[in-house]
Ligand binder design. Structure first.
Ligand code: CU
Length: 119
């Protein structure tokens, strides 16, 4: 039992290094505002830290794992990034992120979303 506190300390340190210093998506507009059908649109992402957009890569992933680069520009607030999506047919898509935080750490994320015909 004497070793348990030390293991917990190591786990806590590892977890905090993951939580701080890396760019993590804290908000994305996909949940609130669905991507419209056959119409160019913009997706808003917020990160927990400043992002180096020049070093980051964003892709739109379509059926069959087809990847297309997506233009990303800084938003008005710190850590905010705007993505320009092309007009999309109904279907399942994902946004693949390779984001460099201001501290130079790379983090990857995949945001899945659907484009649905309005009812
Ligand atoms: Cu980091």
């Amino acid at each position: 039992m004497r070793f348990v506190p030390r293991i917990l300390l190591v786990l806590t340190l590892a977890a905090s290094q993951t939580a701080f210093g890396h760019a993590v998506v804290t908000h994305n507009s996909l949940k609130l505002k669905p991507v419209p059908v056959n119409q160019a649109s913009q997706v808003e992402l917020s990160f927990n830290s400043k992002v180096e957009l020049d070093l980051s890569e964003v892709f739109l992933v379509s059926a069959g794992d087809v990847m297309k680069p997506v233009a990303a520009s800084p938003g008005a607030k710190p850590g905010q990034v705007l993505l320009d999506l092309p007009a999309l047919a109904p279907g399942e898509y994902a946004i693949k992120l390779k984001i460099f935080a201001a501290d130079g750490h790379l983090s990857e994320d995949l945001l899945r979303f659907f484009v649905k015909e309005p009812k």
